[in-house]
Design a protein around this ligand. Structure first.
Ligand code: MN
Length: 331
């Protein structure tokens, strides 16, 4: 996924503060760039909160009727210092990247790309590519890499089947980290967790969680109250550290949600476009090197590589703002 917001931290989103360390972050609509724009609902980063654990970006999209919208078509674009976590509820997406990966993803599977120092990828979920595709629906999350690995090698992993378990009638798929004793094989460079939870109508579920983690509950569909906070679809409940469990209560329609969380990320991060760094100058350099990669210059290609097989031009970086970019604290 690519970030077309010029100033991602300044989104127009409302935050209601509730008791007991619970905040509700309402989503804002963001059109993705590219020739066929698709709109996503973004809750991270928001005006008030940049990170939940290492998760620094949360986009929810669909269900989109692919025939009407054209589906997802995100040309090659770069990333640094982060992981992209692709998780679908419906539909299919084809991922290609600078490692030569060409991987189709379906619901219940994880595509996890670790940018390290630099990578580029494309994401396509169009009718042209998948003629029988009707609907596209999923989330994309980013994790910020810690200092120890953010300059490292690029990597990609596809997890064809994640561990699952049942909890009080709910079905839990463990996308990353450990939950309920089940551990995903996916790489995580800081302590974190991500899971899909499907609750039947009227279900009340108490999910034991790591006490030191902060958590987010992103409602996909249905009716849900998370730790006392009623949520509308695409809203995200933030839950401060210090909980032994996350309480989920589904309404008559049942509920499907994504739980994410992790140890509070102690490093200040600077996010601009598709780059996660720490300082203005390194983001400027990443931008210049991506533009060089687009021109086929060796310095740029060494940093980001190239995507083979995508039918179209890569996405150029937007212009930098006329002010120095500053890192943000955790809140
Ligand atoms: Mn991307």
């Amino acid at each position: 996924m690519t970030n077309s917001e010029r100033r991602p931290q300044d989104g127009d989103c409302a935050v209601a503060t509730l008791d007991d360390g619970v905040e509700v972050i309402e989503p804002r609509d963001v059109p993705l760039g590219g020739p066929r724009a698709m709109t996503v609902r973004r809750t991270l980063p928001s005006r008030r909160r940049s990170l939940i654990g290492a998760f620094c970006f949360a986009d929810h999209y669909g269900p989109d009727a692919v025939a009407a919208t054209g589906g997802m078509d995100v040309p090659p674009h770069p990333h640094t210092g982060l992981q992209t976590v692709t998780w679908l509820f419906e539909g299919r997406v084809l991922h290609r990247d600078a490692l030569g990966s060409e991987q189709e993803i379906r619901p219940g599977q994880l595509n996890l790309m670790t940018a390290g120092h630099g990578v580029c990828h494309s994401e396509e979920g169009t009718v042209r590519l998948f003629p029988d595709q009707r609907r596209l629906h999923g989330v994309q999350l980013w994790t910020a890499l810690p200092e120890a690995t953010r300059h490292g090698e690029r990597a990609f992993e596809h997890v064809a089947e994640v561990p699952t378990f049942d909890a009080d009638g709910a079905r839990v798929q463990v996308v990353m980290g450990t939950l309920g004793g089940a551990t995903s094989p996916a790489r995580a460079d800081t302590p974190l967790v991500a899971a899909q939870v499907d609750l039947p109508a009227g279900a009340r579920v108490r999910l034991p969680v790591e006490r030191g983690f902060e958590h987010g509950v992103l409602l996909d569909a249905g009716e849900l109250t998370a730790c006392g906070a009623p949520l509308a679809p695409a809203a995200l409940a933030y839950l401060a550290p210090g909980r032994d469990a996350v309480d989920l209560v589904a309404g008559d329609a049942g509920a499907r949600l994504v739980l994410l969380g992790g140890a509070p990320f102690e490093e200040d991060v600077l996010m601009w476009w598709n780059f996660v760094g720490r300082e203005h100058d390194e983001v400027v350099q990443a931008r210049e090197q991506w533009q060089a990669a687009i021109r086929g210059e060796p310095e740029g290609l060494a940093r980001f590589g190239r995507v083979d097989g995508y039918d179209g031009a890569p996405l150029p970086a937007p212009a930098l703002p006329h002010v120095r970019l500053r890192p943000r604290g955790r809140l």
